[in-house]
Every structure is written in structure tokens, then in C-alpha cells.
Ligand binder design. Sequence first.
Ligand code: FES
Length: 80
Amino acid sequence: MSSIRVDRCLCTRQTFAKLLPAARAAGVTTSEELGRLTGAGTHCGMCRPYLCRGLKTGETYFTSLLAQGQLEAVKPDAND
Ligand code: FES
């Protein structure tokens, strides 16, 4: 049985545990804003679904894979 743990943007080597509190402190609510602030999610983009979900839920690690198609499902509402 295999297991995964996704807890960081591999391209920028920043953990979600550090990124998400920084995002909250800066008032960041979208992965695009977080990318502009930190660079996370702006390279290969594989971490963006996780960043989106983490921004919405506060989760800092994930044990199942999220696909790009799930991105829209976890994007914060425009009015959030
Ligand atoms: S893993 Fe985050 S941009 Fe590549």
C-alpha cells in the first residue's frame, strides 16, 4: 500500500504550513494572489489545487491527489 503526503510547493520549496498563515496575515484569498506574494504555484502549477484548497479550508497537508480539474471546485468565491 502506498501513501502520499503533499505539503509544499516543490518548485519554490515552501511548505503550505508556512505559506498559508502568511497568506492569511496578508489578506490573500486566491492562489493567484499567493503566487504574486510568494512565487508559490507560479512555476509548474502542480501545487495550485492544494494551495486553493488550503486557502479555503486551512489544510496544510494532503494525503490524496488533487487534479487540476478539481481546482474550480475549491476556488474561493469571488465575493469571499
Ligand atoms: S510545485 Fe508549486 S509551482 Fe511547481
